[in-house]
Design a binder for this molecule. Sequence first.
Ligand code: ZN
Length: 290
Amino acid sequence: METRWLYTTSESFPALVEASAKVCAIPMGCVEKHGLHLPLGTDILKGSKVTHMASQLETVCVFPDFTFGDVPGGPASPAGSISVPVEMEMALLEQLCDQIGRNGFEKIVICNSHGGNKPWLNTFLRNLMNRKKPYTVCVAGVNIKWAPHGMAELLLEKGRGCIPELSPEDEQLLLSYHEAGMKGGHACMGETALIMGFAPESVHLDRLGIESGLSTHEADYLTDAGIQILNGGWDVNFPNAYAGHDPVGCNERIGRAALRLASEQLAHAFKVLKTDENMLRWHANFQKGW
Ligand SMILES: [Zn+2]
């Protein structure tokens, strides 16, 4: 069925609320540089795509994209990035959750696709818990580790051929990257695959090799001394907004497999959430005092 809020009519909306077991998903990302080879919208684009695909496997209503996230916004930040104060994002998100609640949903799951949103989302959940809300909110991630490691582990466990999208050469590539301990995290093989799965024209593999995705380790001495600076020093260690070995050889087949696996994983989270009875009970108990 049509699961997207914006594509549903007012008349058919109650049926969507019911089919969703009162669960509504908000895709969340950010707009920031992703190396030289991936688009600025990588996080919200892949978050939105995977959330929609997952909702087709396990029906939940999909709210319009929450596009913006916590990214560096200083004068030196890369061209095209968009930084909005987190206080404003929290205020907007709360208002949107109130509207989702007013429209009949009891469980809201934020499908976060940008690592930099994790700290403020936890604060957001705490703030909501301290207020009286008739709904509960939680966060589910969009897994970017399917390429190469998740898929390689599947191949090793279940044997070649278990991921039908892949050619024998793709299997070999993923296994060799896995064996070599390919690093990732940002604009890496995993993220590149997810974008390649549905927007290959937005991926520019010919730009690989120009800027490095390897850590400079500049801020490691602070971490080693038990000192935490912003993002654990990530922005210092990865000045190119790129963390990972170059995803040479990534292709649309690997991308389609990564998209399917990430969607199935998120759909499982939706399923658990739809039948869960504890979250609302804990929420109510907390609000009236244990
Ligand atoms: Zn990203």
